[in-house]
Design a protein around this ligand. Structure first.
Ligand SMILES: Cc1cc2nc3c(=O)[nH]c(=O)nc-3n(C[C@H](O)[C@H](O)[C@H](O)COP(=O)(O)OP(=O)(O)OC[C@H]3O[C@@H](n4cnc5c(N)ncnc54)[C@H](O)[C@@H]3O)c2cc1C
Length: 305
């Protein structure tokens, strides 16, 4: 890839030259630890800069993609020929008033949960171990251990592709299992408001510690992954279907169906995105053949596969 100087100058004029990188390896920004270079990687500092970036990209017919913490994303080995707009670097403020938390989209869930703990607020314990940003969690309606973003979300401020901003209530956002209207509209989540309840700090901490221990026990956290690779098919568990299909430990190159949790595809160290993608397809094919169930990836793909 050969990023154009004109584009670089224009992007630098919007976010400042210190907030833009060229040919940035996406393996450094995804929890799978794979992915080739992004032509441009921009870290806006304000909502106005995001608006300007999106407007510029659209006017120049330059593809762009919003990145949270890259914890649900598989980027192609060829990288991304466009502009990554990365939110967690600069747009991560969290403020708490009473039992209400207002946070920018780039704030990590783990940090918001620990701020909630400091104020003895309960309701976000389920999210403390999800390694994503608030924006990514709202888009996906992230959830775990019986909780989901829908339970605590009051509203989110979105920016559409023309730069218009609006605030939608949780009902208007239509959060469903690992989805929302945002996922289908290409809007950008800028900020969200969460409503928690007053609780007991010791109990909140104990619950977070217990869930963290469960994750360490059941999930292959020592390897790169994007968490559960597939959505839960109605009436089944993806991991159990994969295990019953005899795929525990099944491997293509350094991509492997985790032996610890068959719902996770892991990077044993030097996997390529192509190997992970091939393994996803192979697991889908074999599960369909053995169980007649079509597994749908939860992981998002970016770039050419
Ligand atoms: C070890 C591990 C455990 C996990 N456990 C869980 C779990 O228990 N429950 C669960 O639900 N998930 C889990 N995940 C998956 C992942 O953490 C969540 O899906 C998380 O919500 C993704 O957030 P992110 O900021 O990393 O999003 P990214 O991976 O950066 O992006 C995911 C998608 O959201 C879009 N997006 C991100 N931010 C915005 C924004 N501000 N506006 C618009 N679009 C945006 C991106 O364009 C992309 O399409 C796990 C992942 C790992 C690696």
């Amino acid at each position: 890839m050969n990023p154009s100087t004109t584009v670089l100058n224009q992007l630098s004029a919007i976010v400042g030259s210190d907030q833009i990188r060229i040919n940035e390896p996406m393996s450094a920004h995804t929890t799978f630890r794979v992915g080739g270079p992004a032509s441009f990687y921009a870290s806006p500092r304000t909502a106005a800069e995001i608006v300007s970036l999106v407007k510029y990209c659209r006017a120049s017919q330059l593809p762009y993609y919003i990145l949270g913490n890259g914890s649900n994303l598989l980027v192609s080995d060829q990288g991304y020929d466009g502009v990554i707009i990365q939110l967690s670097q600069n747009l991560n403020a969290v403020s708490i008033e009473g039992q209400t938390i207002t946070a920018q989209a780039g704030a990590l869930l783990s940090r918001i949960a620990s701020e909630a703990l400091k104020c003895s607020l309960t309701g976000l314990e389920f999210a403390a171990g999800i390694p994503g940003t608030l924006g990514g969690a709202v888009v996906m309606n992230a959830g775990a251990y019986g909780g989901q973003m829908k339970d605590v979300l009051v509203c989110a401020t979105l920016m559409d592709q023309t730069g218009n901003m609006r605030t939608l209530s949780v009902d208007e956002l239509a959060l469903g299992y690992r989805t929302s209207i945002i996922a289908n509209q290409n809007d950008v989540v800028l900020e969200a408001v969460l409503q928690l309840r007053k609780g007991n700090a010791q109990e909140i901490k104990a619950q977070m510690d217990m869930l963290a221990a469960q994750r360490r026990d059941k999930q292959p956290l020592e390897y790169g992954s994007a968490g559960s690779t597939f959505k839960r098919p109605e009436g089944y568990f993806a991991g159990k279907l994969i295990q019953d299909a005899g795929l525990r430990g099944y491997r293509i190159g350094d991509a492997q169906v985790s032996e610890k949790h068959c719902g996770f595809i892991i990077n044993r160290g030097h996997a390529t995105a192509a190997e992970i993608y091939q393994l996803i397809q192979e697991v889908q094919r074999i599960v369909l053949e053995r169980h007649s169930v079509a597994l749908e990836p939860e992981v998002k793909l970016l770039g050419r596969f």
